[in-house]
Design a protein around this ligand. Sequence first.
Ligand SMILES: [Zn+2]
Ligand SMILES: [Zn+2]
Length: 130
Amino acid sequence: MIVRGGCLCRWTEFEVDLPFLKFVKCHCSRCRKATGSAFAANAYGLPQALRWKTGENDVVRFDLPEARSFATSFCRRCGSPVPHATRSGREIIIPAGSLLDDPGASPTIDSCWSSRARWLSDAINLPSVD
Ligand SMILES: [Zn+2]
Ligand SMILES: [Zn+2]
């Protein structure tokens, strides 16, 4: 099965093969900055699971210099987060909010839970780890 995804302005579009390797909510401060939200909801896949349909050349990647592997990619036109490879190249990270279709899966873990924004409600019933 395949899910489609794209950015806010629809200039970039891609598709990803299911199932995901994992699906994680991350509450770390980097993910909050990168998403502008309480947490990142990221799905992971193998590199060959991602195929760009349009706009790949307008995807900008930012590697956080002081981080071992933190990076983000976004559409040059609208700034929306889009998939990118981990620095090792072994996996791709797909921002779940960029998906157009229901992947039929949900995050299974709350990562960096103790770093979560204090304004985030605790009304969440997933396993919580750091
Ligand atoms: Zn865009
Ligand atoms: Zn994070």
